[in-house]
Design a binder for this molecule. Sequence first.
Ligand SMILES: Nc1nc2c(ncn2[C@@H]2O[C@H](COP(=O)(O)OP(=O)(O)OP(=O)(O)O)[C@@H](O)[C@H]2O)c(=O)[nH]1
Ligand SMILES: [Mg+2]
Length: 398
Amino acid sequence: MPEPPPFDMSTLERLDDLPAGADDGHLRVSVVIPCLNEEENIEVCVRTALEVMQRAGIRGEVVVADNNSDDRSAELARAAGAHVVTETRRGYGSAYLAGFAAARGKYIVMGDADLTYDFAEIPRFVAELDKGSELVMGDRMDNIRPGAMPWLHRYVGNPILSGILNLFFRTGIRDAHCGMRALRRDVLPRLDLRTTGMEFASEMVIRAGKENLKVSEFPIDYHPRGGTSKLSTFRDGWRHLRFLLVHSPTHLFMLPGLILALVGTVISTVSLTQVDVFGREWEIHTMIAGALLMIVGTQVMALGLCAHAYGTYFMGEKDAWFDRMRARFRLEHGLLLGGAILLAGLVICAVIVGIWIANGTGELSEERSAVLAATLVIVGMQVFFSSFLLSILGLRRR
Ligand SMILES: Nc1nc2c(ncn2[C@@H]2O[C@H](COP(=O)(O)OP(=O)(O)OP(=O)(O)O)[C@@H](O)[C@H]2O)c(=O)[nH]1
Ligand SMILES: [Mg+2]
């Protein structure tokens, strides 16, 4: 990024008598910059942002959310004309939440304090918001300058995490981790952002999708960073992945649980019916494997239903699938289903005891039926008691 022309401090429109976060109808843009030990870069970032806005005739401010830097970042940012807020809790998300709380513009433009993003793009982001977008995302993927993004992030981390994000949440956003973006400040209450780390980037995109915000995306350049990176490949990658999983009970529990239970059912049926598969019959060990999968599968699905319930009742999730299920099935349906499965298992147990008695209580070789009976009893009890747990979760729903 070229060194910007000197910025004339007298044109700064800092309205320091306004409380942080208060509305000022005339301030159009707050550029919010999270900053942790960026003394090499912060001054240029702040000056460029202010200068670009001044030139474009945009009445704006720069808010630097300093993450309690150990270096001179805060002092340099202040001297360059930024409003500096300090957030002692570390983390990209924590820094942004503090910066957002202090921002007063109608729009917020976000960008790192590391010279990777070109703040000359600010007016383009503002224009997109003016056209009606509520969240505007930069897309770096086709314009990554040499040395700007490590190979592992470019070809592995980013595509995998963005792919999973779109598979789970269907946002259609190509570069979900881009740090340069813009949004209307009045959508923040709807986004209700909470995460403290790098996963904040994903949270914003997912929440925007769930709230049906009008989102647009356009290509921007991504430059090599000044100073040292604060991103930790595996820790931050895992935080993103973990965030995606815990916000999608369908993909974390329901689909894997369903697949396990179905595969278990097929395997058990093959063993029970003694049909020829791959040129041989499959005996008791196969039956045990099938039973294991059926039990684990139902357990995982039951947990998934509880997770859906919790999300719908207490986290304000809009979950059409769960709502349809709820409209169709009541506690008593679950109890009847669980009871019926349990009863089927007990009947098979009784038959096995009957055979044993008929054989003079001597030798007994009903292993596969016994495993089936045990499986049905376990699954029946799971369904029965999980139905009660689901009902308990709904007692105090909001
Ligand atoms: N990771 C991290 N970044 C923080 C924190 N607090 C503020 N930041 C700022 O958040 C921005 C993003 O961090 P970067 O280190 O640039 O991470 P990145 O953009 O994902 O990775 P790079 O490609 O290396 O720039 C920078 O401006 C940091 O100074 C924090 O606690 N952790
Ligand atoms: Mg960066």
